[in-house]
Design a protein around this ligand. Structure first.
Ligand code: NI
Length: 191
């Protein structure tokens, strides 16, 4: 497996809509290797997810996994999930202000509204169709990754620019309050 270069904000590929993956392409050894390399790259970088645009590939595939993540220790675990051609549908109107960061936006975090419950339809790496409802912080992670595939960065959704912080200043001034709010959400909706 190969560690891929993670593109950062300013790279035009992050602003492009990634293209749907065909069944033949999904089955190909090249595409399966891309998925393996994305998983490896996400794990090595300590990300909760990684979308193909972030490694320069304009294809609708992202990988998501949370296991004792030092970047986001408050996030509930998410088993390794490969989402191909995902679509998101909000279940209702409820939103929650999540403080997010991104591997493609070095040393910056900010607060933005995410849907609390979303239906996610996608194919897995074997081409099997899935339809599931994700909630809470986990729903936020899915929304962040699908945004990447549409050329959207979390920066675009920050409504109050005064919430932008470096990671160090987040830890110093804002982390405790956010984690308390996030824990309450996780307790209420279970994710
Ligand atoms: Ni990101």
């Amino acid at each position: 497996m190969t560690l891929l270069e993670i593109r950062s904000v300013g790279d035009p590929v992050l602003r492009e809509r990634a293209a749907e993956v065909s069944p033949d392409e999904l089955r190909s050894p090249e595409f399966q290797r891309l998925i393996d390399d994305m998983i490896e790259t996400m794990r090595a970088a300590g990300g909760a997810g990684l979308a193909a645009n972030q490694v320069g590939e304009r294809r609708r595939v992202a990988v998501i996994e949370v296991r004792d993540n030092p970047r986001y220790p408050y996030k509930p675990p998410i088993p390794l999930t490969v989402i191909v051609n995902p679509t998101l549908t909000p279940v209702d109107d409820e939103t929650f202000a999540i403080n997010e960061g991104c591997l493609s936006v070095p040393d910056l975090r900010g607060e933005l509204p995410r849907h609390v419950s979303v239906r996610v339809d996608y194919l897995d790496r074997d081409g099997e169709a899935h339809s599931e409802v994700q909630r809470g912080l986990t729903a936020g992670t899915f929304q962040h990754e699908v945004d990447h595939l549409d050329g959207i960065l979390f920066l675009d959704r920050v409504e109050d620019p005064t919430t932008f912080t470096t990671w160090k200043q987040f830890d110093r001034y804002h982390r405790d309050a956010f984690v308390a709010r996030a824990r309450a959400l996780v307790e209420r909706v279970g994710a």
